[in-house]
Design a protein around this ligand. Structure first.
Ligand code: ADP
Ligand code: MG
Length: 624
Protein backbone atom coordinates (compact mmCIF):
# COMPACT_ATOMS: atom_id res chain seq x y z
CA UNK A 1 0.00 0.00 0.00
CA UNK A 2 1.38 3.35 -1.02
CA UNK A 3 2.28 5.61 1.79
CA UNK A 4 0.89 9.12 1.67
CA UNK A 5 3.06 12.04 2.59
CA UNK A 6 2.11 14.68 5.08
CA UNK A 7 1.73 18.12 3.58
CA UNK A 8 5.16 19.69 3.60
CA UNK A 9 4.64 22.11 6.43
CA UNK A 10 2.93 19.55 8.63
CA UNK A 11 5.94 17.36 8.16
CA UNK A 12 8.33 20.01 9.34
CA UNK A 13 6.21 20.87 12.32
CA UNK A 14 5.86 17.23 13.20
CA UNK A 15 9.60 16.64 13.05
CA UNK A 16 10.22 19.68 15.11
CA UNK A 17 7.77 18.57 17.74
CA UNK A 18 8.94 15.01 17.97
CA UNK A 19 12.49 16.20 18.38
CA UNK A 20 11.80 19.07 20.69
CA UNK A 21 12.83 18.46 24.23
CA UNK A 22 9.38 19.18 25.42
CA UNK A 23 9.26 19.03 29.15
CA UNK A 24 5.68 18.01 29.61
CA UNK A 25 5.03 15.07 27.36
CA UNK A 26 2.02 14.13 29.46
CA UNK A 27 -0.08 16.82 27.83
CA UNK A 28 -0.62 14.49 24.85
CA UNK A 29 -3.42 12.94 26.89
CA UNK A 30 -5.04 16.30 27.51
CA UNK A 31 -4.94 16.97 23.76
CA UNK A 32 -6.50 13.67 22.78
CA UNK A 33 -9.18 13.88 25.45
CA UNK A 34 -10.00 17.40 24.42
CA UNK A 35 -10.40 16.28 20.80
CA UNK A 36 -12.63 13.43 21.93
CA UNK A 37 -14.71 15.84 23.97
CA UNK A 38 -15.02 18.20 21.00
CA UNK A 39 -16.17 15.29 18.85
CA UNK A 40 -18.81 14.31 21.41
CA UNK A 41 -19.89 17.95 21.66
CA UNK A 42 -20.60 17.85 17.94
CA UNK A 43 -22.72 14.73 18.00
CA UNK A 44 -24.45 15.89 21.18
CA UNK A 45 -25.35 19.14 19.51
CA UNK A 46 -26.60 17.32 16.43
CA UNK A 47 -28.77 15.07 18.55
CA UNK A 48 -30.26 18.02 20.37
CA UNK A 49 -31.21 19.75 17.18
CA UNK A 50 -32.12 16.78 15.00
CA UNK A 51 -35.19 14.80 15.98
CA UNK A 52 -34.10 11.77 13.99
CA UNK A 53 -31.09 11.26 16.21
CA UNK A 54 -31.86 9.75 19.56
CA UNK A 55 -29.15 9.03 22.07
CA UNK A 56 -29.03 8.15 25.72
CA UNK A 57 -26.94 10.10 28.13
CA UNK A 58 -24.89 6.95 28.66
CA UNK A 59 -23.99 6.91 25.00
CA UNK A 60 -21.54 9.75 25.43
CA UNK A 61 -18.23 8.84 26.97
CA UNK A 62 -14.49 8.66 26.56
CA UNK A 63 -12.59 5.57 27.59
CA UNK A 64 -8.89 5.17 28.24
CA UNK A 65 -7.50 1.63 28.02
CA UNK A 66 -3.94 0.68 28.94
CA UNK A 67 -2.52 -2.59 27.68
CA UNK A 68 0.76 -3.31 29.47
CA UNK A 69 1.52 -6.45 27.53
CA UNK A 70 1.40 -4.80 24.14
CA UNK A 71 2.51 -1.40 25.47
CA UNK A 72 -0.45 0.38 23.90
CA UNK A 73 -2.65 3.11 25.22
CA UNK A 74 -6.05 3.43 23.55
CA UNK A 75 -8.55 6.28 23.66
CA UNK A 76 -12.08 5.47 22.64
CA UNK A 77 -14.74 8.11 22.12
CA UNK A 78 -18.37 8.02 21.05
CA UNK A 79 -18.08 11.32 19.22
CA UNK A 80 -19.03 12.27 15.72
CA UNK A 81 -16.19 10.33 14.06
CA UNK A 82 -14.32 11.18 10.88
CA UNK A 83 -14.95 10.28 7.26
CA UNK A 84 -12.13 9.18 5.01
CA UNK A 85 -11.73 12.75 3.77
CA UNK A 86 -11.76 14.14 7.27
CA UNK A 87 -9.09 11.69 8.41
CA UNK A 88 -7.00 12.82 5.50
CA UNK A 89 -7.62 16.52 5.89
CA UNK A 90 -7.64 16.79 9.66
CA UNK A 91 -4.78 14.49 10.47
CA UNK A 92 -2.70 14.72 7.30
CA UNK A 93 -2.27 18.43 7.32
CA UNK A 94 -2.10 21.32 9.66
CA UNK A 95 -4.73 23.68 8.46
CA UNK A 96 -3.64 26.71 10.39
CA UNK A 97 -1.18 28.17 7.97
CA UNK A 98 0.34 30.67 10.36
CA UNK A 99 2.06 27.96 12.32
CA UNK A 100 5.24 27.70 10.34
CA UNK A 101 5.65 31.38 9.80
CA UNK A 102 5.46 31.70 13.53
CA UNK A 103 7.91 28.91 14.06
CA UNK A 104 10.46 30.54 11.80
CA UNK A 105 10.24 33.79 13.66
CA UNK A 106 10.74 32.03 16.93
CA UNK A 107 13.45 29.53 16.04
CA UNK A 108 14.81 29.35 19.53
CA UNK A 109 11.61 28.39 21.25
CA UNK A 110 11.27 24.84 22.42
CA UNK A 111 8.08 23.87 20.69
CA UNK A 112 5.84 24.27 23.68
CA UNK A 113 4.44 27.55 22.49
CA UNK A 114 3.64 26.23 19.09
CA UNK A 115 1.69 23.28 20.37
CA UNK A 116 -0.39 25.53 22.54
CA UNK A 117 -0.89 28.33 20.11
CA UNK A 118 -2.02 26.36 17.14
CA UNK A 119 -3.76 23.44 18.67
CA UNK A 120 -1.68 21.01 16.68
CA UNK A 121 -2.92 18.91 19.51
CA UNK A 122 -3.29 15.63 17.72
CA UNK A 123 0.34 15.54 16.69
CA UNK A 124 1.43 15.63 20.31
CA UNK A 125 0.65 11.89 20.32
CA UNK A 126 3.96 11.41 18.54
CA UNK A 127 5.80 12.71 21.57
CA UNK A 128 5.05 9.45 23.34
CA UNK A 129 4.20 7.01 20.55
CA UNK A 130 6.13 5.43 17.67
CA UNK A 131 2.99 4.40 15.87
CA UNK A 132 -0.35 6.17 16.02
CA UNK A 133 -3.44 4.40 14.70
CA UNK A 134 -6.79 6.12 14.33
CA UNK A 135 -9.86 4.05 13.59
CA UNK A 136 -12.95 6.11 12.97
CA UNK A 137 -16.50 5.87 11.76
CA UNK A 138 -18.32 9.09 11.00
CA UNK A 139 -21.94 9.78 11.86
CA UNK A 140 -24.10 8.93 8.84
CA UNK A 141 -21.39 6.88 7.16
CA UNK A 142 -21.51 3.12 6.46
CA UNK A 143 -17.81 2.56 6.34
CA UNK A 144 -14.99 2.99 8.81
CA UNK A 145 -11.32 3.74 8.09
CA UNK A 146 -7.98 3.14 9.66
CA UNK A 147 -5.35 5.88 9.55
CA UNK A 148 -1.89 4.90 10.65
CA UNK A 149 1.40 6.74 10.88
CA UNK A 150 4.86 6.16 12.25
CA UNK A 151 5.66 9.85 12.33
CA UNK A 152 7.05 12.28 9.84
CA UNK A 153 7.54 9.81 6.98
CA UNK A 154 3.83 9.67 6.12
CA UNK A 155 0.66 7.72 6.81
CA UNK A 156 -1.58 5.01 5.38
CA UNK A 157 -5.34 5.04 5.08
CA UNK A 158 -7.31 1.79 4.67
CA UNK A 159 -10.94 0.64 5.00
CA UNK A 160 -11.65 -1.00 8.35
CA UNK A 161 -14.40 -2.73 10.30
CA UNK A 162 -16.02 -0.74 13.13
CA UNK A 163 -19.59 -1.10 14.34
CA UNK A 164 -20.21 2.09 16.27
CA UNK A 165 -19.85 5.69 15.31
CA UNK A 166 -16.85 7.27 16.97
CA UNK A 167 -13.09 7.19 17.10
CA UNK A 168 -10.45 4.97 18.58
CA UNK A 169 -6.86 6.15 18.85
CA UNK A 170 -4.19 3.55 19.59
CA UNK A 171 -0.77 4.70 20.70
CA UNK A 172 2.10 2.25 20.48
CA UNK A 173 4.29 3.76 23.17
CA UNK A 174 7.97 4.48 22.56
CA UNK A 175 10.67 2.41 24.20
CA UNK A 176 11.87 3.78 27.52
CA UNK A 177 14.99 5.88 27.47
CA UNK A 178 17.24 7.11 30.22
CA UNK A 179 15.29 10.34 30.47
CA UNK A 180 11.77 9.17 29.71
CA UNK A 181 9.83 6.26 31.09
CA UNK A 182 7.00 5.91 28.62
CA UNK A 183 5.77 2.89 30.58
CA UNK A 184 4.40 5.36 33.08
CA UNK A 185 1.57 6.13 30.72
CA UNK A 186 0.32 2.57 31.22
CA UNK A 187 0.13 2.96 34.99
CA UNK A 188 -3.30 3.45 36.42
CA UNK A 189 -2.28 6.00 39.05
CA UNK A 190 -0.34 8.07 36.53
CA UNK A 191 -3.17 8.14 33.99
CA UNK A 192 -5.66 9.07 36.68
CA UNK A 193 -3.53 11.90 37.94
CA UNK A 194 -2.98 13.32 34.45
CA UNK A 195 -6.69 13.18 33.71
CA UNK A 196 -7.56 14.78 37.04
CA UNK A 197 -5.01 17.50 36.48
CA UNK A 198 -5.96 18.57 32.99
CA UNK A 199 -9.32 17.14 32.10
CA UNK A 200 -11.34 17.01 35.29
CA UNK A 201 -14.04 19.37 34.08
CA UNK A 202 -14.68 17.58 30.75
CA UNK A 203 -18.47 17.23 30.62
CA UNK A 204 -18.48 13.62 29.54
CA UNK A 205 -17.35 10.69 31.66
CA UNK A 206 -13.75 9.64 31.14
CA UNK A 207 -13.76 5.97 31.98
CA UNK A 208 -10.97 3.64 32.94
CA UNK A 209 -10.81 0.06 34.08
CA UNK A 210 -9.27 0.34 37.48
CA UNK A 211 -8.29 -2.16 40.05
CA UNK A 212 -10.11 -2.04 43.36
CA UNK A 213 -10.12 -4.31 46.35
CA UNK A 214 -13.43 -5.93 47.28
CA UNK A 215 -14.46 -8.49 49.86
CA UNK A 216 -14.48 -11.98 48.39
CA UNK A 217 -17.92 -13.40 47.84
CA UNK A 218 -17.47 -16.45 50.00
CA UNK A 219 -15.55 -14.77 52.77
CA UNK A 220 -16.18 -11.49 54.51
CA UNK A 221 -12.70 -10.98 55.81
CA UNK A 222 -10.67 -11.66 52.68
CA UNK A 223 -10.25 -9.12 49.95
CA UNK A 224 -9.71 -9.70 46.28
CA UNK A 225 -8.58 -7.39 43.51
CA UNK A 226 -11.13 -6.78 40.78
CA UNK A 227 -11.13 -4.74 37.62
CA UNK A 228 -13.96 -2.25 37.55
CA UNK A 229 -14.94 0.52 35.26
CA UNK A 230 -14.58 3.90 36.99
CA UNK A 231 -15.25 7.46 36.03
CA UNK A 232 -12.10 9.44 36.66
CA UNK A 233 -13.22 13.04 36.15
CA UNK A 234 -15.68 15.05 38.19
CA UNK A 235 -17.47 16.23 35.01
CA UNK A 236 -18.43 19.58 36.50
CA UNK A 237 -17.33 22.28 34.09
CA UNK A 238 -14.91 24.65 35.76
CA UNK A 239 -17.18 27.62 35.15
CA UNK A 240 -19.96 25.99 37.17
CA UNK A 241 -17.70 25.34 40.09
CA UNK A 242 -17.49 27.53 43.13
CA UNK A 243 -14.62 30.01 42.94
CA UNK A 244 -13.47 28.99 46.41
CA UNK A 245 -12.89 25.45 45.26
CA UNK A 246 -10.60 26.49 42.44
CA UNK A 247 -6.92 27.31 42.51
CA UNK A 248 -4.91 29.52 40.18
CA UNK A 249 -3.47 26.37 38.73
CA UNK A 250 -6.94 25.11 37.82
CA UNK A 251 -7.58 28.26 35.86
CA UNK A 252 -4.18 28.07 34.19
CA UNK A 253 -4.74 24.48 33.19
CA UNK A 254 -8.10 25.37 31.67
CA UNK A 255 -6.46 28.23 29.75
CA UNK A 256 -3.86 25.88 28.35
CA UNK A 257 -6.26 23.07 27.66
CA UNK A 258 -8.45 25.43 25.69
CA UNK A 259 -5.50 26.83 23.75
CA UNK A 260 -6.54 30.34 24.68
CA UNK A 261 -2.87 31.27 24.67
CA UNK A 262 0.57 29.84 25.07
CA UNK A 263 1.54 32.08 27.94
CA UNK A 264 0.50 32.07 31.54
CA UNK A 265 -2.49 34.40 31.85
CA UNK A 266 -1.91 37.57 33.86
CA UNK A 267 -5.34 37.40 35.39
CA UNK A 268 -8.49 35.33 35.33
CA UNK A 269 -11.95 36.69 35.91
CA UNK A 270 -14.58 34.21 36.96
CA UNK A 271 -18.07 35.63 36.64
CA UNK A 272 -21.30 34.07 37.84
CA UNK A 273 -24.36 36.22 37.34
CA UNK A 274 -27.77 35.12 38.46
CA UNK A 275 -30.33 37.85 37.97
CA UNK A 276 -32.16 39.41 35.06
CA UNK A 277 -29.56 37.68 32.95
CA UNK A 278 -27.94 34.45 33.96
CA UNK A 279 -24.53 33.43 32.82
CA UNK A 280 -21.17 32.04 33.86
CA UNK A 281 -17.96 33.19 32.30
CA UNK A 282 -14.27 32.65 32.68
CA UNK A 283 -12.24 35.42 31.15
CA UNK A 284 -8.49 35.75 30.88
CA UNK A 285 -6.15 38.65 30.36
CA UNK A 286 -3.12 37.19 28.61
CA UNK A 287 0.39 38.30 29.39
CA UNK A 288 1.85 38.20 25.90
CA UNK A 289 0.63 39.55 22.62
CA UNK A 290 -0.50 36.74 20.31
CA UNK A 291 1.84 36.86 17.34
CA UNK A 292 -0.96 37.83 14.94
CA UNK A 293 -2.68 40.24 17.34
CA UNK A 294 -1.95 43.46 15.52
CA UNK A 295 -2.64 41.92 12.09
CA UNK A 296 -5.72 41.61 9.93
CA UNK A 297 -5.87 37.86 10.53
CA UNK A 298 -6.59 38.23 14.21
CA UNK A 299 -10.14 37.36 15.20
CA UNK A 300 -11.47 38.41 18.55
CA UNK A 301 -14.19 36.56 20.41
CA UNK A 302 -15.21 34.35 23.29
CA UNK A 303 -16.47 30.80 23.20
CA UNK A 304 -20.20 30.75 23.62
CA UNK A 305 -22.06 27.91 25.33
CA UNK A 306 -25.76 27.45 25.70
CA UNK A 307 -26.33 25.57 28.92
CA UNK A 308 -23.06 23.72 28.63
CA UNK A 309 -23.18 23.03 24.89
CA UNK A 310 -20.71 24.87 22.73
CA UNK A 311 -22.60 26.83 20.08
CA UNK A 312 -19.92 29.17 18.77
CA UNK A 313 -16.15 29.10 18.97
CA UNK A 314 -15.55 32.79 18.52
CA UNK A 315 -18.45 35.00 19.35
CA UNK A 316 -17.13 38.43 18.45
CA UNK A 317 -20.22 40.29 19.66
CA UNK A 318 -19.26 39.51 23.21
CA UNK A 319 -16.16 41.71 23.17
CA UNK A 320 -15.62 45.31 22.17
CA UNK A 321 -12.58 45.80 19.91
CA UNK A 322 -10.63 47.59 22.57
CA UNK A 323 -10.81 44.49 24.78
CA UNK A 324 -10.18 42.08 21.91
CA UNK A 325 -7.19 40.62 23.75
CA UNK A 326 -9.48 38.97 26.30
CA UNK A 327 -9.84 35.20 25.96
CA UNK A 328 -12.32 32.86 27.51
CA UNK A 329 -15.84 31.53 27.46
CA UNK A 330 -19.41 32.36 28.35
CA UNK A 331 -22.16 29.90 29.20
CA UNK A 332 -25.77 30.98 29.50
CA UNK A 333 -28.96 29.04 29.99
CA UNK A 334 -30.94 31.81 28.37
CA UNK A 335 -29.62 31.35 24.86
CA UNK A 336 -31.27 29.15 22.30
CA UNK A 337 -29.28 26.28 20.82
CA UNK A 338 -30.42 26.88 17.31
CA UNK A 339 -29.25 30.41 17.18
CA UNK A 340 -27.57 31.70 14.05
CA UNK A 341 -24.93 34.39 13.88
CA UNK A 342 -27.40 36.87 12.43
CA UNK A 343 -30.03 36.32 15.09
CA UNK A 344 -27.39 36.37 17.75
CA UNK A 345 -26.40 39.88 16.86
CA UNK A 346 -29.94 41.04 17.58
CA UNK A 347 -30.25 39.00 20.73
CA UNK A 348 -31.10 41.13 23.74
CA UNK A 349 -29.71 38.66 26.24
CA UNK A 350 -26.43 38.53 24.42
CA UNK A 351 -26.20 42.30 24.34
CA UNK A 352 -26.77 42.43 28.08
CA UNK A 353 -24.13 39.80 28.66
CA UNK A 354 -21.69 41.67 26.43
CA UNK A 355 -22.25 44.89 28.32
CA UNK A 356 -21.84 43.14 31.62
CA UNK A 357 -18.63 41.50 30.48
CA UNK A 358 -17.26 44.79 29.25
CA UNK A 359 -17.84 46.31 32.68
CA UNK A 360 -16.25 43.34 34.42
CA UNK A 361 -13.13 43.59 32.32
CA UNK A 362 -12.80 47.30 32.80
CA UNK A 363 -13.30 47.12 36.56
CA UNK A 364 -10.81 44.28 36.83
CA UNK A 365 -8.22 46.23 34.89
CA UNK A 366 -8.93 49.21 37.07
CA UNK A 367 -8.29 47.25 40.22
CA UNK A 368 -5.18 45.69 38.75
CA UNK A 369 -3.92 49.19 38.08
CA UNK A 370 -4.59 50.18 41.67
CA UNK A 371 -3.48 47.05 43.44
CA UNK A 372 -0.73 45.58 41.32
CA UNK A 373 0.93 48.30 39.32
CA UNK A 374 3.76 46.09 38.09
CA UNK A 375 1.36 43.55 36.66
CA UNK A 376 -0.71 46.29 35.09
CA UNK A 377 2.36 47.71 33.39
CA UNK A 378 3.14 44.28 31.98
CA UNK A 379 -0.38 44.18 30.65
CA UNK A 380 -0.12 47.71 29.33
CA UNK A 381 3.10 47.03 27.46
CA UNK A 382 1.27 44.31 25.54
CA UNK A 383 -2.14 45.85 25.07
CA UNK A 384 -1.97 49.54 25.94
CA UNK A 385 -1.88 50.36 22.27
CA UNK A 386 -5.21 48.62 21.83
CA UNK A 387 -6.75 50.72 24.60
CA UNK A 388 -5.52 53.87 22.88
CA UNK A 389 -7.02 52.72 19.60
CA UNK A 390 -10.19 52.21 21.58
CA UNK A 391 -10.16 55.83 22.74
CA UNK A 392 -9.65 57.02 19.19
CA UNK A 393 -12.14 54.80 17.36
CA UNK A 394 -15.93 55.10 17.26
CA UNK A 395 -15.59 58.87 17.45
CA UNK A 396 -14.38 58.73 20.99
CA UNK A 397 -17.54 57.13 22.34
CA UNK A 398 -15.58 54.84 24.66
CA UNK A 399 -13.43 57.46 26.28
CA UNK A 400 -15.18 57.25 29.61
CA UNK A 401 -14.48 53.54 29.92
CA UNK A 402 -10.89 53.82 28.81
CA UNK A 403 -9.30 57.11 29.83
CA UNK A 404 -8.59 55.99 33.39
CA UNK A 405 -6.75 52.96 32.06
CA UNK A 406 -4.22 54.94 30.04
CA UNK A 407 -0.59 55.32 30.99
CA UNK A 408 1.99 57.68 29.54
CA UNK A 409 5.66 58.19 30.20
CA UNK A 410 6.36 61.19 32.40
CA UNK A 411 9.26 63.62 32.09
CA UNK A 412 9.36 63.95 35.86
CA UNK A 413 8.89 60.42 37.08
CA UNK A 414 10.73 58.79 34.18
CA UNK A 415 8.10 56.06 34.17
CA UNK A 416 4.52 55.44 33.12
CA UNK A 417 1.88 57.44 34.96
CA UNK A 418 -1.89 57.81 34.80
CA UNK A 419 -3.63 61.01 33.82
CA UNK A 420 -4.96 61.26 37.36
CA UNK A 421 -1.46 61.22 38.71
CA UNK A 422 -0.51 63.97 36.29
CA UNK A 423 -3.42 66.17 37.30
CA UNK A 424 -2.93 65.57 41.00
CA UNK A 425 0.49 67.20 41.04
CA UNK A 426 -0.11 70.05 38.60
CA UNK A 427 0.96 73.42 40.07
CA UNK A 428 -1.92 75.84 40.44
CA UNK A 429 -0.79 78.18 37.68
CA UNK A 430 -0.54 75.36 35.12
CA UNK A 431 -3.44 75.45 32.71
CA UNK A 432 -2.76 72.54 30.39
CA UNK A 433 -1.62 68.93 30.30
CA UNK A 434 1.57 69.13 28.22
CA UNK A 435 2.86 66.45 25.92
CA UNK A 436 5.69 66.07 23.44
CA UNK A 437 5.94 63.60 20.58
CA UNK A 438 8.94 61.82 19.14
CA UNK A 439 10.59 58.58 18.26
CA UNK A 440 11.94 57.70 21.68
CA UNK A 441 12.04 59.06 25.21
CA UNK A 442 15.69 60.02 24.71
CA UNK A 443 14.94 62.06 21.63
CA UNK A 444 11.96 63.80 23.16
CA UNK A 445 14.03 64.63 26.21
CA UNK A 446 16.33 66.68 23.97
CA UNK A 447 13.65 68.45 21.94
CA UNK A 448 14.21 72.25 21.96
CA UNK A 449 10.44 72.77 22.10
CA UNK A 450 10.26 71.36 25.63
CA UNK A 451 12.59 73.99 27.07
CA UNK A 452 10.15 76.60 28.33
CA UNK A 453 7.65 74.09 29.71
CA UNK A 454 10.42 72.20 31.45
CA UNK A 455 11.90 75.40 32.83
CA UNK A 456 8.51 76.23 34.32
CA UNK A 457 8.73 72.92 36.17
CA UNK A 458 5.71 71.49 34.41
CA UNK A 459 5.50 67.75 33.78
CA UNK A 460 5.48 66.60 30.15
CA UNK A 461 3.99 63.36 28.84
CA UNK A 462 6.18 61.71 26.21
CA UNK A 463 4.31 60.22 23.26
CA UNK A 464 6.26 57.67 21.26
CA UNK A 465 3.49 55.65 19.62
CA UNK A 466 1.71 56.64 16.42
CA UNK A 467 -1.67 56.44 18.03
CA UNK A 468 -0.87 58.57 21.09
CA UNK A 469 -1.55 62.03 19.75
CA UNK A 470 -4.61 60.91 17.81
CA UNK A 471 -6.09 59.36 20.93
CA UNK A 472 -5.39 62.47 22.96
CA UNK A 473 -6.98 64.70 20.30
CA UNK A 474 -10.07 62.57 20.66
CA UNK A 475 -10.05 62.93 24.44
CA UNK A 476 -9.52 66.70 24.06
CA UNK A 477 -9.33 67.13 27.80
CA UNK A 478 -9.10 65.18 31.01
CA UNK A 479 -10.94 66.40 34.09
CA UNK A 480 -11.42 69.72 32.35
CA UNK A 481 -7.73 70.17 31.63
CA UNK A 482 -6.96 70.51 27.97
CA UNK A 483 -4.07 68.69 26.36
CA UNK A 484 -1.41 70.82 24.75
CA UNK A 485 1.57 69.90 22.62
CA UNK A 486 4.84 71.60 23.56
CA UNK A 487 5.13 72.36 19.84
CA UNK A 488 1.81 74.12 19.54
CA UNK A 489 1.64 77.78 18.66
CA UNK A 490 0.41 79.10 21.97
CA UNK A 491 1.69 77.31 25.04
CA UNK A 492 -0.58 79.18 27.41
CA UNK A 493 2.32 80.18 29.58
CA UNK A 494 2.57 83.76 30.80
CA UNK A 495 6.09 84.76 30.07
CA UNK A 496 8.10 87.84 29.55
CA UNK A 497 8.20 88.62 25.90
CA UNK A 498 11.81 88.25 24.83
CA UNK A 499 11.49 91.21 22.45
CA UNK A 500 11.07 94.85 23.25
CA UNK A 501 8.78 96.90 21.03
CA UNK A 502 11.82 98.38 19.41
CA UNK A 503 13.28 94.96 18.64
CA UNK A 504 9.97 93.83 17.22
CA UNK A 505 9.98 96.52 14.61
CA UNK A 506 13.59 95.89 13.82
CA UNK A 507 12.96 92.12 13.47
CA UNK A 508 9.92 92.48 11.31
CA UNK A 509 11.83 93.01 8.10
CA UNK A 510 14.44 90.37 8.90
CA UNK A 511 11.84 87.71 9.61
CA UNK A 512 9.72 88.55 6.61
CA UNK A 513 12.75 88.24 4.39
CA UNK A 514 13.55 84.85 5.91
CA UNK A 515 9.94 83.81 5.43
CA UNK A 516 10.17 84.80 1.77
CA UNK A 517 13.21 82.65 1.20
CA UNK A 518 11.36 79.73 2.80
CA UNK A 519 8.20 80.29 0.79
CA UNK A 520 5.98 77.21 0.62
CA UNK A 521 7.94 75.55 3.40
CA UNK A 522 6.89 77.48 6.47
CA UNK A 523 3.92 79.64 7.25
CA UNK A 524 5.85 82.04 9.38
CA UNK A 525 9.21 82.91 10.91
CA UNK A 526 9.07 84.24 14.45
CA UNK A 527 11.02 85.12 17.56
CA UNK A 528 10.58 82.18 19.90
CA UNK A 529 9.19 82.44 23.39
CA UNK A 530 9.88 78.85 24.26
CA UNK A 531 13.52 78.38 23.31
CA UNK A 532 16.18 78.75 25.96
CA UNK A 533 19.51 77.23 24.85
CA UNK A 534 18.71 76.01 21.34
CA UNK A 535 18.88 78.42 18.40
CA UNK A 536 15.93 77.16 16.38
CA UNK A 537 12.91 74.86 16.25
CA UNK A 538 9.81 74.10 14.23
CA UNK A 539 6.34 74.32 15.68
CA UNK A 540 2.90 73.88 14.20
CA UNK A 541 -0.23 75.97 14.16
CA UNK A 542 -3.69 74.55 13.75
CA UNK A 543 -5.04 71.02 14.09
CA UNK A 544 -2.34 69.03 12.35
CA UNK A 545 0.87 68.64 14.30
CA UNK A 546 4.21 67.84 12.73
CA UNK A 547 4.08 64.34 14.23
CA UNK A 548 0.64 63.77 12.73
CA UNK A 549 1.88 64.96 9.36
CA UNK A 550 4.61 62.32 9.55
CA UNK A 551 2.21 59.54 10.50
CA UNK A 552 -0.50 60.44 8.02
CA UNK A 553 1.97 60.69 5.17
CA UNK A 554 3.46 57.31 6.00
CA UNK A 555 0.06 55.70 5.44
CA UNK A 556 -0.93 54.20 2.12
CA UNK A 557 -3.18 56.50 0.04
CA UNK A 558 -2.06 59.49 2.02
CA UNK A 559 -3.52 62.78 0.95
CA UNK A 560 -0.36 64.70 1.49
CA UNK A 561 -1.47 66.36 4.69
CA UNK A 562 0.70 69.25 5.79
CA UNK A 563 1.10 70.86 9.17
CA UNK A 564 1.25 74.65 9.23
CA UNK A 565 4.87 74.98 10.28
CA UNK A 566 6.44 77.94 11.99
CA UNK A 567 10.21 78.45 12.20
CA UNK A 568 11.03 79.83 15.62
CA UNK A 569 14.31 81.65 16.21
CA UNK A 570 15.88 82.13 19.63
CA UNK A 571 16.76 85.83 19.61
CA UNK A 572 18.87 85.40 22.73
CA UNK A 573 21.15 83.01 20.93
CA UNK A 574 24.43 84.17 19.33
CA UNK A 575 23.22 82.91 16.00
CA UNK A 576 20.67 85.67 16.00
CA UNK A 577 23.42 88.29 15.91
CA UNK A 578 24.86 86.62 12.81
CA UNK A 579 21.44 86.74 11.18
CA UNK A 580 21.16 90.44 11.89
CA UNK A 581 24.63 91.12 10.51
CA UNK A 582 23.89 89.22 7.37
CA UNK A 583 20.57 91.04 6.99
CA UNK A 584 22.39 94.37 7.02
CA UNK A 585 25.44 93.46 4.95
CA UNK A 586 24.88 90.41 2.79
CA UNK A 587 21.45 89.17 1.67
CA UNK A 588 22.93 86.05 0.05
CA UNK A 589 24.45 85.10 3.34
CA UNK A 590 21.11 85.62 5.09
CA UNK A 591 19.57 83.28 2.58
CA UNK A 592 22.24 80.68 3.28
CA UNK A 593 21.80 80.95 7.07
CA UNK A 594 18.03 80.74 6.78
CA UNK A 595 18.25 77.53 4.79
CA UNK A 596 20.74 76.06 7.22
CA UNK A 597 18.59 76.84 10.23
CA UNK A 598 15.48 75.51 8.55
CA UNK A 599 17.20 72.24 7.66
CA UNK A 600 18.55 71.89 11.17
CA UNK A 601 15.05 72.32 12.55
CA UNK A 602 13.85 69.60 10.18
CA UNK A 603 16.57 67.25 11.37
CA UNK A 604 15.68 67.83 15.01
CA UNK A 605 12.05 66.99 14.20
CA UNK A 606 13.10 63.80 12.46
CA UNK A 607 11.81 65.10 9.14
CA UNK A 608 13.62 64.47 5.86
CA UNK A 609 15.71 67.24 4.32
CA UNK A 610 14.60 67.96 0.80
CA UNK A 611 18.09 68.31 -0.63
CA UNK A 612 20.79 66.79 1.60
CA UNK A 613 23.51 67.54 -0.93
CA UNK A 614 22.70 71.22 -0.93
CA UNK A 615 22.61 71.15 2.86
CA UNK A 616 26.12 69.69 3.13
CA UNK A 617 27.37 72.12 0.49
CA UNK A 618 25.91 74.96 2.54
CA UNK A 619 27.79 73.78 5.61
CA UNK A 620 31.02 73.62 3.61
CA UNK A 621 30.41 77.16 2.40
CA UNK A 622 30.51 78.53 5.94
CA UNK A 623 33.56 76.43 6.79
CA UNK A 624 35.81 77.81 4.07
P1 ADP B 1 -7.79 21.14 16.94
O1 ADP B 1 -8.38 20.29 18.02
O2 ADP B 1 -7.21 22.42 17.49
O3 ADP B 1 -8.68 21.36 15.77
P2 ADP B 1 -6.11 18.85 16.60
O4 ADP B 1 -4.78 18.63 15.96
O5 ADP B 1 -6.19 18.51 18.04
O6 ADP B 1 -6.49 20.36 16.37
O7 ADP B 1 -7.17 18.03 15.81
C1 ADP B 1 -7.32 18.21 14.43
C2 ADP B 1 -8.70 17.85 13.96
O8 ADP B 1 -8.84 16.44 13.87
C3 ADP B 1 -9.82 18.28 14.84
O9 ADP B 1 -10.19 19.61 14.56
C4 ADP B 1 -10.93 17.32 14.48
O10 ADP B 1 -11.59 17.77 13.30
C5 ADP B 1 -10.16 16.08 14.13
N1 ADP B 1 -10.16 15.13 15.25
C6 ADP B 1 -9.14 14.88 16.09
N2 ADP B 1 -9.48 13.96 17.00
C7 ADP B 1 -10.77 13.61 16.75
C8 ADP B 1 -11.71 12.69 17.33
N3 ADP B 1 -11.38 11.96 18.40
N4 ADP B 1 -12.93 12.61 16.76
C9 ADP B 1 -13.26 13.35 15.69
N5 ADP B 1 -12.43 14.23 15.10
C10 ADP B 1 -11.19 14.36 15.61
MG1 MG C 1 -7.35 19.53 19.63
Amino acid sequence: MAKKQFKAESKRLLEMMINSIYSQKEIFLRELISNASDAIDKIYYKALTDENLRFNKDDYYIKVVADKENRTLTLIDTGIGMTKEELENNLGTIAKSGSLAFKNENESKDGHDIIGQFGVGFYSAFMVADVVTVISKALGSDEAYKWESKGADGYTLTPYEKDDVGTEIILKLKENTEDDRYDEYLEEYKLKSIIKKYSDFIRYPIKMDATTSKPKEDSESELEEVQEEQIVNSMVPIWRKNKNELTDEDYENFYNEKHYGFDKPLKHIHVSVDGAIRYNAILYIPENIPFDYYSKEFEKGLELYSNGVLIMEKCSDLLPDYFSFVKGMVDSEDLSLNISREILQQDKQLKLIAKNIKNKISSNLQSMLKEDREKYETFYKSFGRQLKYGVYSDFGSNKDTLQNLLLFYSSKEKKLITLDEYISRMPEDQKYIYYATGESYERIERLPQTELVAEKGYEILYFTEDIDEFAIKMLMNYKEKEFKSVSSGDLGIEDNDPQTEEEKNENKELFSLMKESLAGKVKDVRASKRLRSHPVCLTAEGEVSIEMEKILNAMPNNENVKADKVLEININHEVYQSLKDAFEKDKDKLNLYTNLLYNQALLIEGLPIQDPVEFTNDICKIMV
